[in-house]
Design a protein around this ligand. Sequence first.
Ligand code: PEP
Length: 251
Amino acid sequence: MTRTPLVAANWKMHKTAGEAEAFVAALLPRLSSAGADVALCPPFTALAAVVDSARGSALQVLAQNVHEAEQGAYTGEVSIPMLADLGVQGAIVGHSERRQYFCESDRALQLKVPALLAAGLLPLLCVGETEEEREAHDTERKLRHQVQEALAGVNDDRLADVAIAYEPIWAIGTGKVATPDQAQEAIAFIRALVGGRDAGAGERVRILYGGSVSPDNAAELLALPDVDGALVGGASLDAASFAAIVASLPG
Ligand code: PEP
């Protein structure tokens, strides 16, 4: 089974629209990613600028969050139709920072993931355990819970249209990257969970690794059999560094 790898840049709360345009101008000539999907996830305020700068290229643009309702009295939120109208192709959902600081719940994810799919957008669902959970040998229980809950509203025939990022929370922004064995084991476990719902979907669903990916460690992680790309935070803020990570994908 050949899965198209995806390398996505999660800029978090970094870059103005002007800085984002400059990044795209610096990135595009550095990309030679035939056979892979490359996505930028800028803050809402830079989405339009990145969509415009990326026009005519294969670069994809995803938001970092989205609200599940089509419209309504949700001050400060952004809807899926608003993203689609801009030309945005998907959204990260369930990032640990959103779960931790903004109370993103499994219940909201149960609505967000199918709503994105119904609109033809890519949900990039993040899951992962804390350091305490790993030390307590609770990683699989946590992953099972998060994956089952977030995908509960997705029909089996759409499961493979979701992309999942395994992001151990202790590895995010810490420089403490998961070992290849830890990444492979957790991602194979997530694949088996999806496969438990639908065997074909388990084979086809793309599962990325995220957590302190850098140009120095990317090749080893991206070569793992179940790892279909990377969600990159800090190392994606510099175009040369992000391009080097994309270039680390196995030929
Ligand atoms: C992330 O925020 O999704 C992430 C993986 O961050 P970092 O690469 O900085 O650990």
